[in-house]
Ligand binder design. Sequence first.
Ligand SMILES: [Zn+2]
Length: 601
Amino acid sequence: MPRNVKQAIQKGTRSLDGKPGKNYWQNKARYAITVTATPPSRTVQGTEEITYTNTSPDTLKYLVFKLFLNSHTPGAVRQNLAGPDYLTSGMHIDQYAENGTTRRWPDAHGSTVQRITLAKALMPHDSVKLSVNWHYELSVQSGREGLLDSTTFFLAYFYPRVAVLDDYNGWDRTPFTEAQEFYSDFNDYDLTVNVPKNYVVWSTGDLQNTAEVLQPTYANRLARSMQTDSVVHIATQQEVDARQVTQQKDVNTWRWKARNVPDVALCISNQYIWDASSVVVDKATGRRSSVQAAFKNSANDFHHMVEFGRHSLDWFSNNLPGVPYPYPKTTIVQGEADMEYPMMVNDGSTQDLDFSRFVAEHEIAHTWFPFYMGINETRFGFMDEGWTTAFEYLISQADLGPEVAKRNFQNFRVVSWIQDASAEQDLPIITPANVLSGAALGNNEYGKAALGYLAVRDLLGEASFKKVLHEFMARWNGKHPTPWDMFYTFNDASGKNLNWFWNNWFFSNNYIDLAIQRVESTATQCTVTIQNIGGFVAPVDITVTYTDGTTATFHQTPGIWQANQQLATVKIPVKKKVQSVVLDGGIFMDADGSNNRWPGK
Ligand SMILES: [Zn+2]
């Protein structure tokens, strides 16, 4: 445990059994945001009223703000290369007021993290009203937000936001470098979007004034889509071209509400077509969620996107994580990001339907981690991408069968790590993500972490794993769990001290390389001695080939390594004479397969 986590346990905000401590707190804000866009002008104007409540025991003399879009400014620290079309002048704060009194915003340009001293210190359990007016220019080259075409805009990270103040780390001052996105309070949003007629807006939240912005035919179709399993074509290309979808006021004002969510994002277009349907996500109550897609008519895969979305919501709600989809809707927007937002997905179009579905499933799975669970992705991205990648593998097994899912997972999530012997690839997964970059960051968060979770599932067995995962999700839904809260909850809820496993998989420089050291057979038993060269306590299949040519496979969970993590002796009951033995980890790929056979070459 790092010192700040130990201190949180001493202060009683967290606990050694993994439950939120009796002194747990987190701050919350209400955002009333209005944005105005008049494409093809790339300028976005915004105003917001933030009501920020301090539930911490401390008096706050200043607040920390995140101005994410300053990552577009020339010279900003970025983890990716940026061409000239990506650069903008960033966020411009035009006016700022605290409790109605105009104040100077100290640093109008530059950093993605800015500290604002309050005129009046914010006492515990008090709140402050902040008003901010701002504008920015969308970048021509789209990343996770920006221009999708000349009159299709994707807005994300688009409003000045109070950073998270938490009990174990204080203010989150990690700069936004475009590698880690989400660590947000659970806020309430009232979002108003002003756009010219014939522009449709898709956003996080529930649309409050459908009849004011859509013509009756389209408003009726949208309402119908929320009650049916069939795909409703809300606006076809012909209808978009005929300019008859929205009300014909010069400016339409679209109003959205979202409660207890970590962020909002939106898309504006006068070109995209619109499909929608819905699906029962909670079989116990019959609750339906809306599934919508906004895309170019020419994108073949997106004509299937609502079906893919329905399938994702259904599968994840009822299998793993097995917690009903928590939101009233999801909208999958054709973009270039392959990126999740609460109730919104921004995905590229591909020619490969299986791959398009795979990406949509992955981004929708993020609904649970990081959004439902309030993960601190800036430091512990492996709790966000790792879980999502594990669920992605499990839904792929259902979609494509175990063999294809295994090959895809190996090629897409494991090879780039296990076949790269460089030291940074084997840094411990617990290494804070904000100090990593490049391939080491990616593999730690996605493949290695997902394998860790899938190994725990293998160790506990499906029923116990699901029970324990649900206990973790029930305890920490809507809060900010750390990795230690997760590890301790798994220990507590499983009734097992799994620290040997956590230390091995999440806190070590291990990798996967098992080797057969020895095989000894009697008439009834084959004893396989396995050496763990790489150190990771991976599950493994032992396949025995008998002298008559038949084979049998014996699955071993990570439990074989609990007593001794260097050497495991596995006794297999046999009735026939053993000719050869092979170790196969499946998705738990071995860095050196040459020592996985007996007899050796
Ligand atoms: Zn992801």
